[in-house]
Design a protein around this ligand. Sequence first.
Ligand code: CA
Length: 405
Amino acid sequence: MKKILSIVVLGIFILSGFGAGALSNIENNAVFENEYNEINERATHTVLGEYGTATWCGYCRYAHGALKELTAEGQLDFHYITHVYDKNTVSSSYLVSHYNLYGFPTLWWDGGLDVDVGAGSVPTAKSTYTNSINYCGSQSVEDVDIDLTVSFIGETEMKVDCTVTNNEGSTYGGTIQVAICEKVSSRGWTDTGGALYTMTFLDWAFKEPLSISSGGSWSDSMTWDGSSHGYPTVTEENTIVIAAAYNDEKHTGYSYPPNSNPFDAYYVDECVAAEPGAGANEPPNTPSIEGPSKGVPDIEYEFTIAATDPNNDDVSFYVQWGDDQIEEWFGPYNSGEDVLISHTWSETGIYFIKVKARDTEGEESSWKTLTLNIPRPRNSNNVLLNILTERFPNLYTLLIKLLGL
Ligand code: CA
């Protein structure tokens, strides 16, 4: 067992009470790293860092800079969520009630398996965080998968879908927390270096207990509208959603290591992030349908339908002919491929032919409607028309169109 004890000079803002006047600034503090166990070669899961900060905290810019640089370098498997204490009351109450916050900056790794308080410079913070991420990532965790998607359904409204699958041989107990974040704060929340905060927490999509039987899964879906939560400036391009599954095994963590500000720590088993657009599935576009708009009874008419899918997924179709007959989900066909369908109506009338498309992920398009008029013939004794009807249905359709019958 290797024990690393690093004593570093750090600057920390202490939080002693909730009024700004009660906050004080302490320097020259010694912070002890957590005891390190043997580190495995490979990471077992993606690590989550929850970053507690404030816009007025002088040393927080070093922690922020370190997180940004580590992300940009892309060598470590982790995500981070920035909780801006003085700007978001959901964040401040979470940091205080869940983590028994001591001061800023603080990084809680994997739910409190490791805690780093203070930051003296960007390079020292990077070094400290690298050790913490490697340490947390190498721990054995329970085998759960998180499937997370987010898609925009309005100007500031998004839909978040989350599924947690338990691959263990026994029931999985824990908590799922899904955070809606901005890649870069659109609210002007900056560190004292003037940099807009990144991966900035706005609100929870989900924060729910999990109890999943072996081989089973938990799923939920929700919509969240930025405008109705005080964030009218959220955009699809700037949104990132981060999910983590926390195990229900309770440990004691310390928000001022090694032994101050204790809290109940539930370690992270898995963490994923999702962005709208590229990674997320979108439903097929509204299909097109082409064919005659007028006809006669008992003649088979052909229509060409097609639907493109933004993700180039194959598409299936569902058709209502308007006469109580339907074609249930047939296909799949390539995205954009022309598909020929035909139907015969036995009665005169006005029919609304409706078609919708579905992609391989099960997402459905809007309906497309084509109106078909099968009028009562003005002269049902017209021999010529009857012959044409029998032998040349397409010509007859054309004739009807030309004559405006
Ligand atoms: Ca699709």
